[in-house]
Each structure stands twice: as structure tokens, then as C-alpha cells.
Design a protein around this ligand. Structure first.
Ligand code: ADP
Length: 447
């Protein structure tokens, strides 16, 4: 490990070489901090911007040890981590930011939900998918005498237990999957680990969907949540430094298309109390975990108030607008924290911003040159292109941030609708893939 040296900024490392690491590298370059990157391919978005490159799989802990040789501290681009493999490195003195202990409850959707329950943070009701498994079948002799339908109360089979709730004493077919008491369709099933952009989620409209899911996945690795009738999705990006100081960016509205983030409006047009509550949740969470670094929390907001959807222990798509619209971008903030520089103001420098993701709308090797040039011509528009190899439908290839002038939420909502329409004439949404979700929750840009 290189000791911190006043004359030359110590290097920091990141495991991951996608667009988040790329924007981290851009922020590090502006701050004069060398950023070393571990990523499998030299054509990954962050690779050309890295001060040093360790070409290796992200799960290769020996490579992470090599990465750390010249770095004061290491952070991660995503939360799909093998903490067991990394623990010996931490024991050797390699400094991870956030720490492996703080990351532990955040690396799976199931442990996130358990954490939220422990900390009494607002979240949708949920249960582990294996709680829905059919009751174990009786031995043949008993089966011969047994009825087709029994009540849970009269069955000899052990009842499912656990914090998510038990069974109601209603007649059930022991061979059929069942829902814990208090749950009804529709439901949202999610892979506990490895899901992103809606990959690893399944809408369950009825018992057939549940049966189909149980046939195709390992139920021990999935959770099921109540389907939240939200009006808006919100997100807050927050950070905490090594000295326990917490700063939050404004709460923003996010909109998904086919479960992939489509646009983000900053700040969200929500009452001050909602802003304050979201910040309060973020600061409780960061402090309870002794978390150091940038983190984001996605929320559902509607009749049930504010409920946590997901926690991302890293910089986040909902914070990309901060590059042009805040005093300190989320990426600069993460570099500062990892390099042990003081955190800086998250305040916005403009009344508002609309960030639109540039999702692939063609398959193959399209480089979208004409569209990118046209977007760059729009007033107050800042185009970021991630230089990914290959386009596929819905793939995040870049984003554009449009700075807004409107002084009120209403004025900015109208302005954002107009600016989004301008972007759409140049950059269409990818063709709809029927998942039945989009129509159910097309959220307008709301004032
Ligand atoms: P990923 O980690 O793949 O992004 P999320 O858990 O964030 O998956 O879900 C993707 C999207 O699916 C969310 O942004 C939201 O629109 C929708 N969604 C997720 N969970 C629920 C839920 N419990 N109720 C209703 N919609 C949901």
C-alpha cells in the first residue's frame, strides 16, 4: 500500500470498469487523483481512462490484491461481491471503502429487506420465495388415507415460519404453492442477487405465475414482495465520510421504461416533508451501518407514503445529473471520500435538471453518431457517451443531461416535458418488450 503523500495524490482503485467507473475516472482526473481499475476487458468503458489497469474478472480476489498494491484504498462499482473471498484482503490491511462489514447486508435484496426490518425503515412487505413451496408430501400410506385438500392447521407438515408471516388456516391443496397470510396477487418476485435493470424480477399475476417461477428458479435465492401501487419512484443519493459526516443530494424523481431507468428529474416535485423524510432514512442507514462512501436509496412514493425499493451501495444512475447540475458530482464525492479528501457541497447550481438515459434502440454495432451530434446541439444539453462495444435493445449506452431554468416545480415539469419530447425526436425509446408492466405505471413528469 502506498502511504498518503502530500506531494503526490495517492492512487485509489475501483473494482469494475463500466460506465460508473468511467465517470469516476473522469472525476478523479479532475481532482488529480490517479484511479486504477480492475476490469475483464481493455475495451470496457473505464479502461481507457484508468491510470493503471488490472485486466481480470471482477470476482478475482488475487487480482484485487494486485490492484491494491499501489492504491491507498479500493472501492467497488457494483455490489455483486464475494465478501468471503475479499475478507482475507481486508485482514491483510487492504482498505475497502465502503468496508466489507458495511456492505454485507447490502449485497442481496433479501439481506437488504432484513436490514430494513431490523432498522424499522419503511419498506414493502415481503417473504422468502421458499415459504411458498408446496407442503412436503405425506408418505404413501398416509397419502392413501389423506384427503385431497387439508387445512394448514390440520396438516402434520411443519408450517413455514419466519418473520414474513405464517399460513392462514384456509383450505389448501398441499401440492400447490401457496402464499403466506396477508399476501395476494399481484406480487413482485426478485432474485436476491445479481439482478439489474429488471433482469431478475418477475411479476406474479396469479398462482400459475408462481408455479412457473418455482419450476424455473431456486426458491432459496428469490424473494417475493407486495406489488406497490406507487405514483412516483424517487431516489436519494447520499454520502458519508470517514469522520461520520453525512450529506444528501436532493430527492429526485426517476422513471423506468421496461424496468430500466429512462429519465430522472431533479429535484422531485414532492413536499418538503418527503424530502426531509428521505434524507432522514438515508442518514439513519449510513450511520447505522457505519457506511463510508456514496450510496443511493430508491423509493416508491404513493398512498402508502415512502417505501424503500432498493439500496445501491455506490454511485447511481439517479445521480448522473450531479455532474453538471451540482457543486460536487456524486463521482467527485466518491473519489474525495476514497482518497480521504473532505466531502463537499451537494447543492444544485441550477434550478433543475433532466437526465435522459440513451438506451440502445438498435441491435448490433450502431454508434449513433448522428443522434449524438444532434443531442449535443440542444440548448443546455450535456451528452455522455460510455463507449461500449455493441448496442442492444435497452442497453444503457450513454445519457444526456438538460439543465432546466424554471423557478417552480410546475414550470420545471412543463419545461422537462418539452425537453424530453425534443430528446425523443432524436433518440426514440427502444421497442417495447411485452412485460405487462409499463402501462400499469406510466408516471408523468409531475409538478
Ligand atoms: P433492478 O434491481 O433490476 O433494477 P428493481 O427491484 O429496482 O430491480 O425493480 C425494477 C423496477 O420494477 C422498479 O423500478 C419498479 O418500477 C418495479 N418494481 C420493483 N419492485 C416493485 C414492487 N414491489 N411493486 C411494484 N413495482 C416494483
Amino acid at each position: 500500500m502506498t502511504p498518503l503523500d502530500d506531494s503526490k495524490a495517492a492512487a485509489i482503485g475501483v473494482v469494475g470498469g463500466g460506465q460508473l467507473a468511467r465517470m469516476l475516472a473522469q472525476a478523479a482526473a479532475e481532482l488529480g487523483v490517479p484511479l486504477h481499475v480492475q476490469t475483464p476487458s481493455a475495451s470496457d468503458p473505464a479502461a481507457p481512462l484508468a491510470a493503471e489497469l488490472v485486466l481480470a474478472d471482477l470476482s478475482d480476489a488475487a487480482a484485487t490484491r494486485r490492484l491494491a498494491e499501489d492504491c491507498a484504498a479500493i472501492s467497488f462499482e457494483n455490489e455483486w461481491l464475494d465478501l468471503e473471498a475479499l475478507a482475507p484482503l481486508a485482514a491483510e490491511g487492504i482498505r475497502f471503502i465502503p468496508s466489507l462489514e458495511a456492505l454485507q447486508p447490502l449485497i442481496s435484496k433479501r439481506s437488504q429487506r432484513e436490514l430494513q426490518q431490523r432498522l424499522q425503515l419503511p419498506s414493502p412487505r415481503w417473504f422468502p420465495l421458499d415459504l411458498a413451496l408446496p407442503l412436503p408430501q405425506p408418505v404413501p400410506a398416509a397419502a392413501a388415507a389423506g384427503p385431497d385438500a387439508v387445512t394448514a392447521a390440520s396438516s402434520d407438515a411443519p408450517l413455514p415460519s419466519g418473520e414474513a408471516g405464517g399460513l392462514g388456516a384456509v383450505p389448501i391443496d398441499p401440492r400447490a404453492p401457496r402464499l403466506p397470510q396477508g399476501f395476494s396477487y399481484p406480487l413482485m418476485a426478485k432474485a436476491a442477487r445479481g439482478g439489474y435493470d429488471g433482469k431478475g424480477t418477475a411479476l406474479l399475476q396469479g398462482p400459475e405465475d408462481l408455479e412457473e417461477l418455482l419450476e424455473r428458479v431456486d426458491p432459496a435465492t428469490w424473494i417475493v414482495e407486495e406489488f406497490v401501487a406507487f405514483e412516483q419512484e424517487l431516489s436519494v443519493v447520499a454520502c458519508r465520510d470517514r469522520h461520520g459526516r453525512v450529506l444528501c443530494y436532493p430527492v429526485v424523481q426517476t422513471h423506468q421504461h421496461q424496468q430500466v431507468c429512462d429519465w430522472v428529474l431533479a429535484p422531485a416535485a414532492v413536499p418538503h416533508a418527503v424530502q426531509a423524510y428521505a434524507r432522514n432514512v438515508a442518514s439513519s442507514l449510513l450511520t447505522a451501518l457505519d457506511y463510508v462512501g456514496v450510496l443511493s436509496i430508491e423509493f416508491f412514493y404513493g398512498p402508502a407514503g415512502l417505501l424503500i425499493n432498493e439500496i445501491a451501495p455506490r454511485t447511481h444512475n439517479s445521480g448522473h445529473y450531479t455532474i453538471e447540475a451540482a457543486r460536487t458530482s456524486q463521482f467527485a464525492q466518491q473519489v474525495r471520500i476514497v482518497a480521504d479528501l473532505p466531502i463537499a457541497s451537494p447543492d444544485m447550481t441550477v434550478p433543475g435538471a433532466l437526465m435522459v438515459n440513451l438506451l440502445g434502440f438498435e441491435q448490433g454495432n450502431a454508434d449513433y453518431g448522428p443522434q449524438r451530434a444532434a443531442l449535443a446541439q440542444l440548448p443546455a444539453a450535456h451528452v455522455h457517451w460510455y463507449d461500449k462495444t455493441g448496442s442492444s435493445l435497452g442497453r444503457k449506452l450513454g445519457h444526456v443531461t438538460l439543465l432546466l431554468k424554471g423557478a417552480s416545480h410546475e414550470a420545471r415539469a412543463t419545461e422537462a416535458e418539452r425537453r424530453l419530447a425534443e430528446v425523443r425526436t432524436i433518440w426514440p425509446l427502444p421497442a417495447a418488450q411485452p412485460d405487462g408492466l409499463e402501462d400499469a405505471r406510466r408516471a408523468p413528469i409531475s409538478a
